[in-house]
Structure formats: structure tokens, C-alpha cells
Write a protein that binds this ligand. Sequence first.
Ligand code: NIG
Ligand code: FE
Length: 411
Amino acid sequence: MLLIKNIGTLQTPVGSFKHGGEKQGENVKLNNAALLIEGGVIKAITCDGKLPEGADKADQVIDAQGKLVTPGLIDCHTHMVFGGYRQGEIPLKLRGAGYLDILRAGGGILDTVGKTRAATEDELFEKSMGFLNEMLDLGVTTVESKSGYGLDKENELKQLRVNKRLNEAHKIDIVSTFLGAHAIPEEYKGKADEYIDMLCDELLPVIAEEKLADFVDVFCEDSVFDVPQSRKMLQAGQKLGLRARIHADEIEEIGGASLSGEVEAVSAEHLIATGETGMAAMAKGGVIADLLPATSFYLNKTFAPARRMIELGIPVAIASDFNPGSCPSLNLQLAMSMGYIKYRMTPEEVLSAVTINAACSVGMEDKIGTLEEGKQADIVIWDAPDMEMLVYRFGSNLAKTVIKNGEVVKA
Ligand code: NIG
Ligand code: FE
């Protein structure tokens, strides 16, 4: 048994459901708290200086020294398995080339596809293990990981197999998403419909059969996949038991957010350019908005209308979008600060965004996302007295102690 005592403030959302509207900012704050953990699960929580029953039997005790304690962070949108890097795009960007200009010219995602196809499964695995180590050090205990840099049968399966191996090998839990519809590969140039058919007919059944992904995703965007193609992809995945998520309105608003409501996707992601119609559809369909502020920063774009979404009752999650092109940072703490400053979300709303709403977005809300008795013991002790300090000190890593499944993985 592990006892964490002398917690200055234990701050957490409560309940295993999406926190939208007023609930977005509802956190419980327990002062002078303690946590008892057994078998990787939270056994008891106390406050006001009391210790849980059985605390004297703990064989491991951590003194939190009056610091802030929250649930482990959940990064619900990443593209972390990829070959090479793309720092060479920076001069093009500075000369004014847009993200889609670079992609249309065969660079961008397609550049990473070449490098990912050229990498072996073991090379991708080792590289991603390094990223996961960095994330754990930042207090991230669960990560969603998308394929989408293979864009053919062999290499999409290779990426998804890496996800599976990462989940087994690393302390961090990995949620796997099939994003074969991330770009149109060179071999299918001008034949996007045929490419979608290939993904639906040849790849999806294998992925479902081998349980290589929990979610299906599509990049619904100008010059990439339009709404009918995206609908087809998501519905084909849903028929085989994969839940839907969608890259929507990242650059242009072409109807992705509306589609997410129509197919009742679990989440719509990016939403930089989303307007009232798309948001109304999301609110109606119960779709989570996975917002990615570090991508807005890196693409020099505006920031998603988070406050309006919260006003409409749409549950907001925040993720890193870590990938080699539009967001080469995996620092979820940095994204949280951007949520505070650029989205004008309160520290409490930000905490729900990276814990319970992110948990709902990856379908794990019964297990993680809050600190409550019976939940998995994924916990961070911060080098901060409160959430205000955490979002204020942007750029620093304030994760002091990280506990994953009841095990101290960063002391
Ligand atoms: O979420 N927009 C599509 N996918 C990623 C970028 C991938 C890349 O540029 O390699 C995103 O921004
Ligand atoms: Fe993305």
C-alpha cells in the first residue's frame, strides 16, 4: 500500500462523465488531504488532516509537502509514431507558404510518410518510447496515438502494431486510433474515393479483427478528404466497432464539425475555423471538442472558440497534437497554459480538459480522469501550491512526482 500524505490541495473533477458547460469548471478541492492506494487503485481519500483508515499499514509513504495533487494528465490527440522530422519546413513557412500549400506540393504529411515507410517497426518503436519517457516526465499518464503516416496496408499496420507494443512495453497507457485517411498518398493522387474504398474494404476489417485500434479518424479538410468521403470512412469504422473521432475545421471550415454531430463522433478535434452551425451540431450530438492550442501557435493561426463552446455546453478537452509538422511539441503543460491564456479558460476548466474530458474522449472515463475511490491511481504531485501556479509558469515542467497505476514512476 502507498500513502500520499500532507497534500496541500487535492484538486480533481468528479464523476465519470463529460464535463460540459458549467460542469467544465467544477473541480473538488480538498485541503490537507491524503490518498491511500492499493493494487494500483485509489482505496481512500481523506482531507482536513485526517488519515485514511489503514494508513498505518502502508509500506510506502510519500510526503507531498503541502503541494498540489491532481489526476495524471491525459493527452487525447497525438501523432507520436513517425519517421524523421520536418525542421526543413521552417524556412518555407517563414517565406509565407501555408500548411496546405506545403502538403499540396507533396511535402508536409507526405514527406513524413516517406520517412515512416522507410523506418522499421523497431526503429519507430524505439523512437516513440523516447517520446513517451518525455511525456511521463511531464505528468502525462495516458496517450492517444494515431496512425496516418503509412497510408498503405503494410505501413499503416506497422504503425498500429507499434502502438500495441508501446502499450505493452511502456508504463503509459496507449489508446490506438486508425487514421489511414490522413492524406491522399502519391499512388492515389486524384483518386481519393478509391483510396477511401481501399481503407474501408481492405484495411479496416484487418484492424478490427486484430483489435489494432479503438478509434477511426479522418482528416476532413480542404484538398484532403471532403465531407462525403469522411462520412464513409467514419461510418465504415463504426460498423466494425471502432468509435469515431475527426480532424475538423483545422484550416478551412468545410463541414467537419457538423459531420461529427451527425455521426455522433466521440470527439471533433482542432476546430480552429468552426462557426455556429458546426458548434450547434456538436452540442446536439454530444461531441467533445478536443482543442489543440499549441498547433494554433505553431501554424500562426487563430485559436479555437473555446469560450463559445463552453457557453453552448460542449465539453472541451485540450491535447498536444504532437506531430512532426503542425506541432513538434509534446508538452501538454504548455498546451494547458495556452488554454488558460489564449482560450481564456479558468484553471479549473483547464484541469477538466486534460483529465476527465480527455478520458471521455479516449473512452476510459470509468477508469481514469478523476481522483476517486476505485479509480486507477494515476496521480501527479506538482511543484506548485495550486492550479493557478501550474498554468501561469508556462514552459517549465512542474511535475514533481508521477504515479502510474499506483507505482511511483518519477520520484
Ligand atoms: O493534427 N492535420 C492533420 N494532422 C496533423 C498534422 C500532421 C503533420 O503535419 O504531419 C494535425 O495537425
Ligand atoms: Fe492531429
